[in-house]
Ligand binder design. Structure first.
Ligand SMILES: Nc1ncnc2c1ncn2[C@@H]1O[C@H](COP(=O)(O)OP(=O)(O)OP(=O)(O)O)[C@@H](O)[C@H]1O
Length: 519
């Protein structure tokens, strides 16, 4: 039953006394805050602070502990809600993986999410009506794609834009152009997008806000938060620690509030200028997206790989990691031919990889932290054919500590860790193989500012110990201070290299933009 207890034109949502306990652990602890209408409220916090749990309560996926109350547009909503009730209340969600079905068209994806819509709201749902509705929504968002296009054919930025348009598809008060009805929750919508493409999404959100849209925005990218958010709501260990206007706060101020202390920019110095031996090299590497790429990385070196969407970055990593066989070209480990037919071959040859798709390729969700960290190298914990459990546990424990995986519980099922902590498990495992080359594809996606710094320091330490590191990323900030060299790919070709002081965000963006323009 939903009863109106107060009404406020300025308050879209009010949460009071929200707690959520999982097996004795409080993921949310008595959280209360309000979301102003027509504004963007950033929901911030380090990995595992409770953001996703809060979103899942709003989505009707999790039942909160008894005692919480929720007002939507001033009307009290009975908790727990079902997902249908959340939808009826005008709560819309764009989850991190965007949640589109590749094998369906854009129009079908729009219809698919609207499964809760009562029949008849748009009249009998004819294909024609649905197409017109989708075409109009796409046009409103400046998306030049046809409703019948298969979603699987779209690049990541377009997919995110489609997800955004879909989340807002039933927003407009008919004929008014205003977005004043729903509350749209965006969970790290730009996490997997290259920095230079993020602007499209942020500009759209600014326009939506100008038209009265209400957004809850979750992101670890503080620059975006500074640009977009009117209000900051910050969680730490499940508790609300800040609820304040963004005002004149700087990016550093926001990071300090999220982390709970000033983040000192520590850096492990480069070991020496002496060049290590070439650890891994490739000549004339070609594939569906790669054209005649020559590439090498030396022991102790960290080489960045940058480029626009579709430049071949991930394909290069996959070939080096044995996940994709090159159409032509030669690879070598030192002087030896290197022809991996699978990631297992690559690991056996000393090449470990952190793949981009964490949930699909990186972790085995139903398995424990210990099993995930030690996956693929049980042999190193085996003596005389017997698995030495103690050795396995202490090896996994060391890595868990070193990568600050939280909670510090080796038996915890990885699927129940927060996203950022799952990512740390994948990096910990790859580092634990102890090979000679480490390939990292977007290693800090969805990772908070503190953990990002910790991971960067560990990568630098591993390089100092002699590991050759290849780092593919869309986040140019990640290259700065970490990479010795950054190569730029453009439509499959290696077209530029930046070294020394040229490894700065502006110059890298310029190099990428230049290659893009030449298209
Ligand atoms: N279904 C679950 N069962 C047990 N514990 C859970 C479950 N879901 C979340 N947790 C725990 O609750 C805490 C909060 O997790 P949550 O996913 O909400 O964090 P988050 O702020 O979204 O983190 P991230 O930024 O890494 O995505 C974590 O300690 C997590 O391990």
């Amino acid at each position: 039953m939903e009863t109106v207890t107060s009404s406020s034109a300025t308050e879209a949502l009010r949460i009071t006394g929200l707690s959520k306990t999982f097996a004795g652990q409080k993921a949310l602890d008595d959280v209360s805050f309000a979301v102003p209408r027509g504004k963007i409220t950033a929901l911030l916090g380090m990995n595992g602070s409770g953001k996703s749990t809060l979103i899942k309560v709003l989505a009707g996926v999790y039942q909160p502990d008894p005692g919480a109350s929720l007002l939507v547009g001033g009307a009290e909503v009975t908790l727990p809600m079902t997902p249908e009730a959340a939808h009826r209340q005008g709560l819309r969600f764009l989850h991190q993986d965007v949640g589109l079905v590749d094998s369906l068209s854009i129009a079908d994806n729009f219809a698919f999410v609207d499964k809760f819509r009562a029949p008849g709201i748009l009249g009998p749902i004819s294909v024609r009506r649905q197409h017109d509705h989708v075409a109009a929504t796409l046009a409103k968002f400046g998306i030049s794609a046809h409703p019948s296009t298969l979603v699987g054919k779209l690049n990541p930025t377009l997919r995110t834009m489609i997800g955004l348009a879909r989340a807002f598809q039933d927003e407009e008060e008919v004929g008014t152009g205003a977005f004043a009805r729903n509350v749209v929750v965006l969970d790290e919508p730009t996490a997997s997008l290259p920095a230079h493409e993020v602007d499209t999404i942020l500009t759209s959100l600014e326009e939506l806000k100008a038209n009265g849209g209400t957004v809850i925005y979750v992101s670890h990218r503080t620059e975006e938060v500074k640009r977009l958010a009117d209000q900051l709501v910050i969680l730490r260990d499940g508790k609300l620690v800040a609820d304040e206007p963004t005002g004149d706060l700087s990016v550093d101020d926001i990071v300090t509030r999220v982390v709970g202390k000033k983040l000192e920019k520590t850096r492990i110095p480069r070991p020496s200028e002496r060049e290590g031996k070439v650890a891994l090299s490739a000549q004339g590497l070609s594939g569906p997206r790669l054209r005649e790429v020559d590439f090498q990385v030396r022991s102790g070196e960290i080489v960045g790989v940058a480029g626009l969407v579709g430049c071949g970055r991930s394909e290069l990593i996959r070939m080096l990691a044995g996940a994709q066989v090159p159409a032509s070209g030669v690879m070598r480990m030192g002087r030896q031919a290197y022809t991996p037919k699978s990631p297992a071959d690559a690991i056996a040859a000393g090449v470990a990889c952190v793949p981009q798709e964490r949930r699909r390729e990186g972790v085995v969700l139903p398995m424990s932290v210990k099993e995930n960290i030690t996956l693929g190298r049980l042999r190193s914990f085996t003596a005389n054919g017997t698995l030495r459990g103690k050795r396995e546990t202490s090896g996994a424990n060391d890595l868990m500590e070193r990568f600050s995986v939280k909670p510090r519980d080796l038996s915890r099922v990885v699927g129940l860790l927060s996203g950022g902590n799952q990512q740390k498990v994948v990096v910990a495992r790859a580092a634990g193989y102890g090979g000679t080359v480490l390939l990292l594809d977007e290693p800090t996606q969805g990772v908070d500012a503190l953990a990002k710094q910790e991971i960067a320091n560990i990568i630098r330490q591993l390089a100092s110990d002699g590991l050759a590191v290849v780092l593919a990323s869309t986040d140019f900030e990640e290259f700065v201070g970490l990479c010795d060299r950054v190569v730029i790919l453009d439509r499959g070709r290696l077209v530029a290299t930046a070294e020394g002081d040229d490894i700065n965000e502006e110059h890298l963006a310029l190099l990428c933009a230049r290659t893009g323009k030449a298209a």
